[in-house]
Structure formats: C-alpha cells, structure tokens
Design a protein around this ligand. Structure first.
Ligand SMILES: Nc1ncnc2c1ncn2[C@@H]1O[C@H](COP(=O)(O)OP(=O)(O)O)[C@@H](O)[C@H]1O
Ligand SMILES: Nc1ccn([C@H]2C[C@H](O)[C@@H](COP(=O)(O)OP(=O)(O)O)O2)c(=O)n1
Length: 225
C-alpha cells in the first residue's frame, strides 16, 4: 500500500479546488489546515484570524463591541487584509501587522461579540471570497456559508477537556479556567458553527495531529480522483 502522504506531493490541484476545515475552538483547525495545505502545495486561509483582527481593531479604536454601524464604517475606512501565507497567516490593518496581538485573552473574550455582527460577517465573507483558489480554508462557516461548493469539507471536534489541555500546552494557564472559557465561546459561536451536511466529521481526540492531516489528505484525494 502506498504511503497516504505520497500522492499529494506530486499531484497538481487546479484553480477550483477549495478544501474547508471547520470546527469548534481549539479543535486543531489552524494546525491541521496548515499541514494539509503544505502537503497539497496550496495556501491556507484562516478566517478566524480576520475575526480576531476585527475584534482587535474595535478594541484599538475604542469602539463598543456591539456597535455594528460604527465597526462596519471603521472597517470600510480602515480595511483589514489577510495575507494567506503558507508558513502562517498574517492579518493587517493598513500597514499595521496586527498578527502578534490576536491570540490574547483580551481578543478571545471580545471576538465572539464582533463575530455575531452581520455587517462584520458580510465584510469578512466578501474578503474571503475574493481570495484566489486553490486553498484550504478554516473557520466555522467555510463549508456552510462562505464556500458551499467546496471540493471537500471537514468538521473537527474534540471534548472541551482535550481542547483545554491543548491550549494549556500552548499558553501557560489553568486548565479549568481554559475549559470554562472554551465552553462559553462554543456557546457564543454556536450559531455560525454548525457542520455542513456534507462535511466529514472527525473527532480529533484520539488522533495525533499528523493522523488528522493524513485522514483528510486521503479523503481529499478520493474526492479529487
Ligand atoms: N489530534 C490533534 N488534532 C489537532 N490538533 C492537535 C492534535 N493533537 C494536538 N493538537 C494541537 O492542538 C492545538 C490546536 O490548536 P489550533 O490549531 O490553534 O486549533 P484551532 O485553530 O482550532 O483553534 C495545536 O497546538 C495542535 O498541535
Ligand atoms: N468563519 C469563522 C471563523 C471564526 N469565527 C469566530 C469564532 C471564534 O470565536 C473567533 C476566532 O476564531 P479562531 O478560529 O481564530 O479561534 P479558535 O479556534 O476559536 O480559538 O472567530 C467565526 O465566527 N467564523
């Protein structure tokens, strides 16, 4: 049997190929999307980074997080831009690189409120749809709303405890507090976080990161065959 990773290194993916990887907070979306994209030699697109950048922009400008009119006007006047680099996405507002300030507790707390605003979602959806395929897109509603015609769709889950443990490994913090915060963000993001009916559901709990990546690569190859 051939190694599951081998065929993807040589196969050429045409410009229509879009793979979506959605899932709950800290389920592994960014790490998995990055690994899949590298194996396919295409960029990955982190939609969550744009939502985080919108939250950061609102905080920087001192705007109330629920003031949709003010925030959408601010985004029109000072647009965000996602640089979908293979080695890690970056988000800019004008010339300012917001990326180092997006994975903080302050942004974690603020982002769900901003992501609930339809005007912000519409702005980000338009930006994502303007990006040139092929790519791997990760977030919450990539397979349902933004790219419903994607080539292959995946939805990652893991128990709140497993996800909290993964975050503890990244940021030195109390596991119980992280688990509580993750459950709360799951609740606040539930509306836009439903799996697409045609998505492959993957419980990443019992798998290694590479195991999840390999599983997705096998299914992408099958969908593309
Ligand atoms: N089986 C697994 N699947 C996905 N991620 C895993 C797995 N095991 C450990 N991890 C780790 O969990 C963390 C998930 O974080 P991240 O990719 O940022 O998730 P998300 O983008 O969903 O918030 C990463 O540090 C990743 O290496
Ligand atoms: N397509 C998306 C992507 C992210 N969001 C929201 C939901 C999340 O709370 C934030 C941040 O998402 P991100 O994927 O960066 O972070 P987590 O995996 O949840 O830690 O943005 C969204 O509403 N729709």
């Amino acid at each position: 049997m051939r190694n599951a990773r081998q065929p993807h290194r040589t196969q050429t993916y045409n410009a229509t190929v879009i793979v979506t990887i959605d899932g709950v907070a800290a389920s592994g979306k960014s790490s998995v999307a990055s690994g899949v994209a590298r194996a396919l030699h295409v960029p990955y697109v982190s939609s969550g980074l744009l939502y985080r950048a919108a939250a950061r922009a609102a905080l920087n400008a001192g705007l109330p997080l629920t003031d949709e009119a003010a925030l959408t006007a601010h985004l029109r006047a000072h647009p965000l831009r996602l640089d979908a680099r293979a080695d890690g996405n970056r988000a800019y507002q004008g010339d300012t690189d917001l990326t180092p300030h997006l994975h903080t507790d302050e942004v974690d707390d603020a982002v769900s409120a901003v992501a609930a605003l339809p005007g912000v979602r519409a702005w980000i959806d338009d930006h994502l749809r303007s990006l040139p395929a092929p790519f791997v897109a990760e977030g919450r509603d990539m397979g349902t709303n933004v790219f419903p015609h994607a080539t292959a769709k995946f939805y990652l889950t893991a128990s709140p405890r497993v996800r909290a443990q993964r975050r503890v490994n990244e940021r030195d913090a109390d596991i119980d507090a992280i688990e509580t915060a993750l459950r709360e963000r799951d609740r606040r993001d539930a509306r836009q976080s439903q799996p697409a009916p045609d998505a492959h559901l993957i419980d990443t709990g019992p798998l290694t990161l590479q195991g999840v990546i390999d599983l997705i690569l096998q299914r992408v190859q099958a969908a593309h065959a």
